[in-house]
Design a protein around this ligand. Structure first.
Ligand code: SGN
Ligand code: CA
Length: 540
């Protein structure tokens, strides 16, 4: 009897002392930490390429897990990508085709299903749905796009709040705080840690802007692309660094200096964006900022009158990279802190960590910033996953996985059968190194037109060898890229007789793929009609 009592006491003590996670029994369903940043190009993650920036903390996820080198999105724009992630359905079925319509909250999302099945759920950072997320025990989300400094948050329990400080760090602190204070030890969790950075207007933290404003970055090969090899969509889009990037909002030339130099605003919100972001800083934050940005502005004032168009383009690119990459530095540090927390609190083994972005981004390739197009830099998105004991560390997967696949993957990880109308494929076999029987081509459909950046509506079939794209609505143009021969996608070979049979074959595959995913000309038209009722672009 006494022995049994001591055994009982020993076991009780074993499970009641030490850090929270010691009770995280091996049999417990895995936790999911989903980290997503906004507009983070894979070209700006050193696990993919270190020519622009070192991101040692984000890279840790790939070093200790799997790097996906051909991950892509179904619709390269913010809120639609998030809707695809949460619902596991393409935009034409979940209804969130662009950033303008509100998300349809009658859609079933994977966090709701996880919550119904005993997961603790929390979301911190950017959602951008126009309404609040369902299925979360706790959330603190940025209204709309959010701001880089002194952000407002919409919270589940205390309405709208304002927090002084740097947004990336605040979102990281909220995430860490939830892990430490609010997480219960009993149930597994889904934690969505969603950065606003490095979305436009790219304001780095004080501890990073000095370093980055003094750097010079290598230019992409296609910085001076004249769009000759393609159709009207590339030529007529409005994402060129020289002609469409804002001088005040983006390049941080104060409105008064623009007036002094007689520089007209690029977009009508050019100066407004500067006020909204740079002047949102407190007087003390702004004084620190001015110390570092003023010399750059003085330099610009001296040089601008004599700069050629080519020099202006080069200057724009460097200015862009300094702020864009500078704002990634804090994201990388934040990811490091959260990984450290997991590792130091016994949560590493039983937590799947995903790092991704809502889409890729142009870092001067084709002379562009922004995304939307199906061309590689915005079609592809970073993706890496750490899952100890399942994924072999430092492995690479080259298959065509999509943001469409997350919902099913996470549900299956939790031992839940996904609803039949989800359209992705579970990534679990790939994570285990089983690569057979996975899809060999993907479907893509972009809608937000006419709108900011003027990227025409298009849908496409993509496999490892080819990309067949149909631009429609106010044009009827096709493009075909030979992905193996033309890495930079500079030449549309759709009309090249050598590709005639490829075109015939791929058009048929595209037709079947649209039918398979339940997309159709009727739906295309429905979304055109709905969009026109809104007249949103005219109202702007
Ligand atoms: C804003 C940006 C655009 C950007 C969209 C969508 N302009 O309108 O450059 O494409 O957001 O971005 S800004 O001057 O207002 O920043 S998304 O990530 O939300 O899709
Ligand atoms: Ca985005």
């Amino acid at each position: 009897m006494t022995n049994r009592f001591f055994l009982f006491l020993a076991i009780t003590l074993l499970f009641s002392c030490g850090p929270k996670a010691t009770t995280n029994k091996a049999t417990k369903r895995p936790n999911i930490l989903f980290i997503m940043s906004d507009d983070h190009a894979y070209q700006a993650i050193s696990a993919y390429s270190d020519h622009l920036i070192q991101t040692p903390n984000i890279d840790r996820i790939a070093d200790e897990g799997m790097l996906f080198t051909n991950a892509c999105v179904t619709n390269s724009i913010c809120a639609p990508s998030r809707a695809v992630i949460l619902t596991g359905k393409h935009s034409h079925l979940n209804g969130k085709i662009d950033n303008m319509f509100q998300f349809d909250t009658t859609q079933v999302t994977f966090p709701q299903i996880l919550q119904d099945n005993g997961y603790q759920t929390a979301m911190f950072g950017k959602l951008h749905f126009g309404n609040n997320p369902k299925g979360f025990d706790q959330f603190k989300i940025l209204p709309g796009q959010g701001t880089y400094y002194n952000p407002d948050f919409i919270t589940k329990d205390s309405g709208r709040i304002n927090v002084e400080g740097y947004t990336t760090d605040i979102i990281t602190d909220m995430t860490l705080n939830w892990l430490e204070e609010d997480r219960s030890e009993e149930d597994p969790f889904l934690l969505m840690y969603l950065h606003k950075a490095p979305h436009r207007e790219w304001l780095p933290a004080k501890r990073h802007y000095t370093e980055y404003i003094n750097k010079t970055f290598p230019e992409p090969e296609t910085l001076f692309d004249d769009y000759e090899g393609r159709g009207s969509a590339a030529r007529e889009s409005e994402m060129n660094l020289l002609t469409h990037m804002n001088w005040a909002g983006d390049s941080k030339i104060p409105p008064a200096v623009m007036d002094e130099l007689d520089i007209p605003p690029t977009a009508h919100w050019d100066k407004g964006a500067y006020k909204r972001e740079v002047e949102r800083q407190t007087p003390s934050q702004k004084a620190d900022w001015d110390k570092i940005y003023d010399p750059m502005i003085e330099d610009f004032k001296k040089n601008y009158p004599n700069m050629s168009q080519e020099e202006k383009m080069r200057w724009r690119y460097q200015r862009y990279m300094q702020d864009y990459l500078g704002s990634i530095a804090a994201v990388d540090e934040g990811v490091g802190k959260v990984l450290d927390y997991l590792d130091e609190n016994g949560l590493k083994e039983n937590t799947i960590v995903v790092y991704t972005s809502d889409q890729g981004f142009y870092l001067g390739e084709h002379g562009w910033f922004d995304k939307r197009f199906i061309y590689n830099e915005s079609f592809k998105t970073p993706l890496m996953v750490r899952w100890p004991n399942v994924i072999t560390p430092s492995t690479t997967n080259t298959q065509m996985v999509q943001n469409l696949d997350f919902a099913q993957t996470f549900l299956e990880i939790a031992g839940i059968t996904p609803p039949n109308d989800m359209q992705g494929e579970s990534l679990i076999p790939l994570m285990k190194g089983e690569t057979e029987n996975f899809r060999d081509a993907v479907y893509y459909h972009y809608y937000e037109y006419p709108s900011v950046h003027m990227v025409k509506r298009h849908y496409a079939f993509v496999n490892e060898d080819y990309k067949l794209v149909h631009f429609y609505y106010d044009v009827d143009e096709w493009e075909l890229y030979d992905r193996k021969k033309d890495k930079n996608e500079m030449t549309n070979v759709y009309d090249d007789p050598a590709y005639a049979s490829v075109v015939t074959d791929l058009k048929e595959r595209l037709r079947k793929m649209r039918a398979y995913y339940k997309d159709s000309p009727e739906l295309d038209q429905m979304y055109i009609d709905k969009y026109q009722d809104l007249k949103r672009w005219d109202k702007k």
